[in-house]
Ligand binder design. Structure first.
Ligand code: AMP
Ligand code: ZN
Length: 125
């Protein structure tokens, strides 16, 4: 936990481009965006990943999704993707629970060009 990069951001020990926070969640921009808009919805509590969440966490997972929708609306995103990378073999790199919000394509053509480029780059999303 001490060397967890998202815990450091939450504790104010590392900078981030913050968008929103409340008692449970903190939201900031991804430093390595894969889309025109790439935002992370992060649980304040250090839970490693979806692989480790419990039944009692159901409510907070719902809040993460609804918060992502609120942020997407505020950012005027008409369409977007929400995803969790779950575990090492699911591409997870930071083991502190977070939901990715990506979007920002202005037209369907722009979205399709992005998909094509991502496939060429070998990206999964
Ligand atoms: P994941 O592969 O789901 O664990 O995604 C981790 C994400 O965190 C990646 O998209 C990284 O670009 C992003 N990331 C890593 N370090 C930072 C940081 N200090 N501030 C913002 N985003 C970060
Ligand atoms: Zn952490």
């Amino acid at each position: 936990m001490a060397d967890c990069v998202f815990c450091k951001i939450i504790k104010g020990k590392m900078p981030a481009d913050f968008i929103y926070q409340d008692d449970d969640l903190v939201v900031f921009r991804d430093t390595n965006p894969i889309a025109p808009v790439h935002i992370l919805i992060v649980l304040k509590k250090h839970v490693e990943s979806i692989l480790k969440v419990q039944k009692k966490d159901q409510k907070i997972l719902g809040k993460m999704v609804l918060t992502a929708r609120k942020i997407a609306e505020e950012q005027k995103l008409e369409g977007y993707k929400l995803f969790f990378n779950c575990g090492k073999l699911g591409g997870q790199l930071v083991f502190h629970l977070h939901l990715h919000l990506i979007g920002g394509w202005k037209t369907l053509e722009e979205y399709h060009r992005w998909v094509k480029r991502r496939v060429e780059e070998g990206g999964v999303l």
